[in-house]
Design a protein around this ligand. Structure first.
Ligand code: M6R
Length: 607
């Protein structure tokens, strides 16, 4: 959620900290701040809102120093304002924090009783106060940090600098990711490799419970028990190049348009054009022997997993259970021996998804993940990683990550079907061909952008919007509703179209646009009947279908978008695009901050 960067450098660090914060802004953007140690003293600047406001403050009142920390915040405790912005400081320490200190109130009460004063409403300030308390009692610096960490409950990543110490920084990781960057005579800390990539390619990842002491020359990592440990240093794949909008008005639009390429890049890892087959990396277990797959994910990634459930059950004949990671992690679900856990995540850092993965591992499941960030915690803790090649996704609303997840999951479904003898070679080749066509078909869908923008006027004017679909179109209806909610702030719901008559149909009147996701597939007639029921009650139907589907509805819809006629297997991938564009244009019409919608962050590393 929050983004952290730390530099123990040789030159003034503030410009580099600010650059790093810009690359981390996707993790949180309600306030930002930096602190340095200059001539032995802690200096700090903070601002509510975007990094540009912090930059303006730093221009007015610059600070120097070659060692410093920076933070971009997604509020958990305390409203988003300057006082609650990080870094939090005392006269001895400055620190930044990602995560939640669950026992902060108890610690705060204790410190208040001891006469300490607090300025903010945050849980983080308590850590700075507790550390200072230990130091004032004469504890050596490292012991004070260790004693402080021992008192904290919850999930956190921390970066700390100290008054009088211009070459020393301490980082700690419990629950929230933290990377160490190794430079040439300078060292770094960061929430992820993306922030550090312009500074260094050599990255080490702290493991659970680790804490690290860094100076300009290197790092000493300690594990939770206090012993020194070696953590592997890898060459990061993250690009240090600036990520721009390439002429698009928003990152989201650019990322929507990147989908034909991103899907094609993803397919390259799996598709063998010569044999018309799909090949997964070698698995350390037999897919044919897996009794059940459990899928866990959050948000958009969960809807990708829901499509995969339909595919895996129908094509590969494997029983699949799916749950939101935030529910699965606590419901003590029994899992069968030899079962497989499938986690889906763009960032690979979502706290709930990571916790679900760990739960499944403890239950003896084989862990397979579909992730976009190959060095993420989820990737590192999986037995097998099936990568998506979406590239960095900056817009908070997930678009190309979703369709590349679907692409990878479709390949998994085909492979599983082959491994289990559920399909013959002719069917395998037909399914593989249909998935290989998706990049060019996706480009055809994007050609409807102007028409979709016109339709978005109706959606943007609505207070409530319904999305309907059946079979694999149902998760696309859910995803369409999520997309619209998160960036336009219009209330939207996705329903299985057969469920309408069990309640939601009461909502229908001529003020509620109903977006029907209806490829011509085995369930089309049922969806068409449900659509007629909506029209009969005055509903304004926006019908997403192919030519036969649109002809079948016979001009009764308020608006239609004609998508290419494809094998119904790949339809959910293509039908994701118009619902993304519809949400995007509705949000632009309403004037919201499309790439950074209110209250959200790209990477959700708190539960
Ligand atoms: O990084 P992840 O894929 O694990 O993230 C999961 C959700 O937080 C994410 O998909 C979220 O729902 C998106 N903002 C939706 O557009």
């Amino acid at each position: 959620m929050c983004g952290i960067i730390g530099i123990v450098g040789r030159e003034p660090c503030v410009p580099l900290l600010v650059d790093g914060l810009k690359r981390l802004e996707y993790r949180g953007y309600d306030s930002a701040g930096v602190a340095t140690v200059e001539n032995g003293l802690i200096r700090r600047r903070r601002a509510e809102g975007r990094i540009s406001r912090l930059e303006a403050k730093l221009r007015d009142r610059p600070i120097g120093g070659t060692i410093g920390i920076g933070h971009t915040r997604w509020a958990t405790h305390g409203i988003p304002n300057e006082i609650n912005a990080h870094p939090h400081i005392t006269d001895r320490v400055a620190l930044v924090h990602n995560g939640i200190i669950e026992n902060f109130q108890e610690l705060k009460d204790e410190l208040l009783a001891g006469g300490r004063r607090f300025d903010s409403d945050t849980d983080t300030e308590v850590v700075a106060a507790l550390l200072t308390d230990h130091m004032e009692r004469g504890m050596p610096l490292r012991d004070a940090v260790r004693a402080t960490l021992d008192r904290l409950h919850g999930a956190f990543a921390l970066a700390i600098v100290f008054a009088g110490e211009e070459e020393l920084m301490i980082g700690a990781r419990r629950g929230s990711p933290l990377a160490v960057g190794y430079g040439d005579g300078e060292m770094f800390l960061g929430s992820d490799a993306l922030a550090l990539a312009p500074l260094t390619r050599r990255i080490g990842y702290l493991e659970e419970g680790d804490w690290v002491v860094i100076d300009r020359k290197g790092a000493t990592v300690y594990d939770a028990a206090g012993g020194t440990v070696e953590r592997r240093i890898v060459e990061t794949a993250a690009s240090g190049a600036p990520i721009g909008k390439a002429g698009y008005r928003h990152f989201m639009l650019k990322e929507i348009y990147e989908q034909p390429t991103a899907i094609g890049d993803t397919l390259q890892s799996f598709f063998n054009p010569a044999g018309q087959t799909v090949n997964l990396p070698d698995l350390p277990f037999d897919l044919a022997a897996v009794p059940r797959i459990t899928v866990a994910a959050c948000g958009t990634a969960y809807y990708a997993g829901l499509v995969a459930k339909y595919w895996l059950e129908r094509i590969a004949r494997i029983p699949v259970e799916i749950d939101l990671a935030s529910e699965l992690r606590y419901r003590e679900a029994p899992m069968p021996e030899g079962g497989m856990m499938l986690v889906v995540s763009q960032s690979g850092e979502t706290a709930d998804t990571l916790a679900a993965l760990r739960y499944a591992r403890a239950q003896g499941q084989h862990v397979v993940s579909v992730v976009n960030v190959p060095e993420s915690s989820i990737a590192r803790e999986s037995d097998v990683v099936l990568p998506t090649k979406a590239g960095p996704e900056i817009g908070v609303a997930s678009t190309k990550a979703f369709t590349t997840q679907l692409t990878t999951l479709a390949c998994l479904a085909i492979s599983a079907a082959v491994a289990r003898g559920a399909i013959d070679h002719a069917r395998e080749a037909a399914l593989s061909r249909s998935i290989a066509e998706v990049p060019s078909r996706a480009a055809e869908v994007l050609a409807h952008d102007d028409a979709i923008r016109d339709i978005a006027e109706t959606v943007a004017a609505a207070r409530d919007v319904l999305y309907l679909g059946r079979g694999t179109a149902y998760p696309i209806a859910l995803e369409g509703a999520l997309k619209l909610k998160e960036i336009s702030y219009i209330h939207a719901e996705g329903y299985a179209s057969g469920e309408m008559k069990h309640g939601p149909i009461a909502l229908i009147d001529d003020s509620v646009p109903v977006i029907v996701v209806a490829p011509s597939d085995a369930l089309f007639d049922k969806t068409a009947s449900n659509t007629e029921e909506v029209i009969a009650r005055g509903g304004k139907v926006i019908f997403l279908s192919d030519r036969p589907g649109i002809e079948r509805l016979g001009g009764k819809a308020t608006a239609t978008v004609e998508l290419p006629l494809v094998d119904s297997f790949v339809a959910p991938i293509l039908y994701a695009l118009p619902v993304q564009l519809l949400a995007y244009h509705a949000a632009v019409i309403r004037g919201t901050d499309v790439d950074r919608p209110r209250n959200l962050a790209k990477s959700v590393t708190v539960e």
